[in-house]
Design a protein. Structure first.
Length: 200
């Protein structure tokens, strides 16, 4: 509906969010957030978590999922949906569009983003060229080590481990251990032998 009325949309956006800051205004955080945050039973969002949310995108967390203090959640460019029994620890940054499955644990300082800044026009500052959204997906039962970075548009398969400090620049297949910058798969689970085998 608002897409058909760009002037009204611009006015409402200005009333909710400062013109060049990503954080919504205090009045909207107090009055609007209770209506746009969807929490499963037993889910916890700690008081000092920074939530930069807009009502036109989803922010949804599942049953017994926890968002710790000092994490940053921003759905300005796309939905953020987190499954059940997941943990977003302190100083983690999630920038939508991002989908996390069930039993996902993200170590302190990690960053998962679903957007990239445009830069192709060399006659304009990068800051003025906007961004491009590209969904990032982390499947069920994944552990992402502290200070890791997962860039936009990737899929991390089920039951993966991303070692601390890794920079993930391509999809990681299910049942894998990935390490390094750029991250490489060093082990994979073999369902026939029921063992984790080294990858050369």
């Amino acid at each position: 509906m608002l897409n058909d009325k760009p002037k009204l949309k611009k006015i409402l956006h200005y009333l909710m969010v400062h013109s060049y800051a990503t954080r919504p205004r205090l009045w909207f955080r107090i009055l609007g957030y209770p209506f746009i945050i969807k929490k499963g039973r037993g889910a916890i969002i700690k008081r000092k978590a920074r939530l930069d949310l807009i009502p036109t995108k989803k922010f949804q967390i599942g049953y017994r999922t926890i968002i710790e203090d000092y994490s940053i959640i921003n759905n300005g460019m796309g939905d953020i949906v987190i499954g059940d029994f997941s943990s977003v620890t302190s100083r983690v940054k999630l920038v939508g569009p991002v989908t996390l499955g069930n039993y996902v644990t993200i170590g302190s300082g990690a960053q998962i983003t679903g957007l990239t800044h445009n830069f192709m026009d060399v006659d304009r500052p990068i800051k003025l060229q906007g961004v491009t959204a590209d969904l990032t997906v982390v499947k069920d039962n994944v552990w992402i080590g502290g200070n890791s970075v997962i860039i936009q548009g990737l899929t991390i398969g089920t039951h993966c481990i991303i070692a601390s400090g890794s920079v993930v620049t391509k999809d990681i297949p299910p049942f894998s251990v990935a390490v390094g910058n750029p991250a490489k798969v060093i082990k994979q689970f073999n369902p026939e032998t029921k063992t984790w085998e080294k990858r050369s």
